[in-house]
Design a protein around this ligand. Structure first.
Ligand SMILES: [Zn+2]
Length: 424
């Protein structure tokens, strides 16, 4: 592997509070040195003037759909999409078919990833067998096989006693329970946010309370057991407040928010736009404002995509029948940069929420440019204008409501372990 020098970029390494212009020398897949006027004979020089150079993004929540739903995505196509989006580590949810609920299935995902993935894939195992909520999955075995957490994502673990047991089992394993917080009884038949727009469209709504009731219960159980709880895709103002209060009491809770919940309101659904159908649903501006405030004060730890690719036919139907989810890996940076350009989010904080903060939850050595770290590096142009063309996504999932929209901020190069895996 040839040495590389990334020259003259704005280096943001939030793990070490670094934000300065400089050079990075990559050798043997590792960060060899970082500083001013770095030079190495025979190294390939990459000009990064005017660009941001930061650790490769880490996505704690995506759906790669393999095994079982290869028509929607595969580990190969999903990780290509990740590379295009600047992600060098992705954690994949186990709601596949069969669901990843035992050791051989974890090994399967890892072996496919080893052969076909272009970035690092870290699997998440189920909490309950078959995601049915009836008995615990083989959590210890899966932990030994290397899962980074447990989740029945797509479904809430309805039975509180089951969740308590799962938390107790997760404790000695040191891994988080990642919960899809949504009370299915309160959300029943709902297909979008409950409110005036749902009424106008004649669609059933999902109240904020469906999420908040679930968040509250799990916080209480995390407090009871001492387990690590990570709340997936927080979407409501009330959830942010519950998590804020829990953190004040030192409950071991962390939380994520998606780019779409930070940038789109329920109005996207107008016209029965199935590409804006997502679970939890897009909410209101008040919720968005609270989510951003939560990011700023540390209540919400990270940004994760919840990349949920679907086929055209999964979305080309009546709103109520359409699959939920947004293909998000390739538009994440551009969407988030919209918030930065609007003055709502500082650039270094956005980078932290995509790099050093998810690394903390993983307790990993990734997400930093410290000397000796794996050379996972993302170079993006914060000011590049581009138009989203879903047809050109590397992901099989073209399901985005941003198709044809202009974004400002584009990933120019993604380097994974010292190897260029995406280049504009
Ligand atoms: Zn979910």
């Amino acid at each position: 592997m040839k040495d590389m020098i990334i020259k003259g970029g704005r280096i943001i390494d939030s793990a070490r509070n670094m934000d300065k212009v400089g050079d990075i020398w990559i050798s043997d897949g590792l960060i060899k040195s970082i500083g001013k006027d770095v030079s190495a004979p025979n190294a390939e020089v990459i000009d990064a003037k005017g660009k941001v150079v930061c650790p490769g993004f880490i996505d704690l929540h995506c759906h790669l759909r393999q095994p079982g739903f290869e028509q929607k995505e595969t580990i190969a196509t999903g990780t290509k999409a990740a590379a295009r989006g600047g992600f060098t580590t992705v954690c994949c949810m186990p709601n596949t078919n069969p669901p990843i609920d035992n050791l051989p299935l974890v090994e399967y995902v890892k072996s496919v990833a080893e052969k076909e993935a272009v970035v690092r894939v870290l699997p998440i195992g189920c909490i309950t067998r078959g995601r049915k909520g009836e008995e615990l999955a083989d959590m210890t075995e899966m932990a030994q096989a290397g899962v980074i957490g447990f989740s029945d994502d797509g479904s809430y673990v309805k039975n509180a006693r089951m969740m308590r047991r799962a938390m107790e089992y997760s404790l000695p394993l040191g891994l988080p329970i990642i919960e899809h917080c949504e009370d299915p009884e309160l959300a029943v038949d709902g297909v979008m946010n409950e409110g005036i727009i749902a009424t106008r469209l004649g669609l059933c709504g999902i109240p904020n309370a469906a999420e908040e009731v679930a968040v509250a219960r799990d916080i209480i159980l995390a407090e009871l057991t001492g387990a690590r709880l990570h709340i997936a895709h927080v979407s409501t103002r009330g959830s942010v407040e519950l998590i804020r209060q829990a953190k004040k009491r030192s409950v071991k809770v962390t939380a994520e928010v998606t780019p779409h919940h930070l940038t789109m309101t329920e109005e996207k659904v107008l016209g029965y736009n199935t590409n804006a159908k997502v679970n939890p649903p897009l909410r209101t501006q008040k919720d968005i404002d609270a989510l951003i405030a939560g990011l700023k004060d540390g209540t919400i730890d990270i940004i994760a995509t919840d990349h949920a690719p679907h086929t055209v036919n999964d979305k080309l139907c009546e709103f109520g029948m359409a699959a939920s989810g947004i293909s998000g890996l390739e538009t994440a940076l551009g969407s988030l940069m919209g918030l930065v350009h609007a003055g709502k989010l500082l650039l270094p904080l956005m980078v932290a929420k995509l790099t050093s903060e998810p690394s903390k939850i993983l307790e990993s050595k990734f997400g930093t440019l410290a000397v000796g770290s794996p050379a996972d590096v993302t170079i993006f142009d914060p000011d590049a204008d581009w138009t989203v063309e879903a047809e050109k996504f590397a992901s099989k999932g073209k399901n985005t409501s941003l198709d044809g929209e202009k974004l400002k901020g584009k990933v120019m190069m993604t380097i994974y372990g010292g190897k260029v895996v995406h280049k504009e």
